[in-house]
Design a protein around this ligand. Structure first.
Ligand code: GAR
Length: 226
């Protein structure tokens, strides 16, 4: 459903740690560039910096600590109940480092986005930047995609390409990719809030009613795709 400026799209953001992507979303909302209402930030880990970012912005926070649940299904059921308390129209995974059950993913089909620091389908999973370096790649990037049951495998919406430079280590590469991540998420969430991007019944991304053959590419300068 499209959100007008006076009718912001309700979202819930899930995090596991630092929350720098969350902060970029908060900043975009505060700047009037993103017509969403962040109804809650939910973390699966207590005491992480991202929860402080949320509190400082006056956003309600919840912790659903996965270590308190006997299995993945029980945790996901508790997480789903917590999310749905806030009645979001979109769930945004921003550094949420959990594998999700099929039932959970199906519940939010077409209503859940993830960001991953590689050019998916390359390098899904963990330790992305070190694996890119070990593979001798000259380029990496970041991807925003709809979440499906395949881990980091849902249809991509927007990618940014980032060069690997001589002398890079995993930290320097992560920092360069993160700069792009911070620009990307507000763009795609705005598209969603404006009703411009959807996951169609055939599992394809539609942007402005046209199925995407490949993800949109974010330019590497200051401008964002629109
Ligand atoms: C980001 O680089 C994000 O792409 C990555 O975790 C980091 C979270 O940083 N997510 C994944 O690897 C998911 N598979 P942040 O907490 O500062 O936003």
């Amino acid at each position: 459903m499209a959100a007008a400026v006076d009718n912001p799209l309700p979202i819930v953001v899930l995090i596991s740690g630092r929350g720098s992507n969350l902060q970029s979303i908060i900043d975009s909302v505060a700047a009037g560039e993103l017509p969403v209402e962040i109804r809650a930030v939910i973390s699966n880990r207590p005491d992480v910096p991202g929860l402080q970012h949320a509190s400082q912005a006056g956003i309600p926070t919840r912790v659903i600590d996965n270590s308190h649940y006997p299995d993945r299904a029980a945790f996901d059921a508790a997480l789903q109940a917590a999310i749905d308390d806030y009645r979001p129209e979109l769930v945004v995974l921003a550094g949420f480092m959990r594998i999700l059950t099929s039932a959970f993913v199906r519940h939010y089909r077409g209503r859940m986005l993830n960001i991953h620091p590689s050019l998916l389908p390359e390098f899904p999973g963990l330790n992305t930047h070190q694996r890119v370096l070990d593979a001798g790649r000259e380029e990496t990037g970041a991807t925003i995609h709809f979440v499906t049951e395949e881990i980091d495998g849902g249809p991509p919406i927007l990618q940014a390409r980032v060069p690997v430079l001589a002398g890079d280590d995993a930290d320097s590469l992560a920092a360069r990719v993160l700069e792009q991540e911070h620009r990307m998420y507000p763009v795609v969430i705005r598209w969603y809030a404006e009703g411009r991007v959807q996951l169609d019944t055939e599992g394809r991304v539609r942007l402005d009613d046209v199925p995407l053959e490949r993800p949109r590419l974010q330019d590497s300068g200051a401008g964002a795709p629109c």
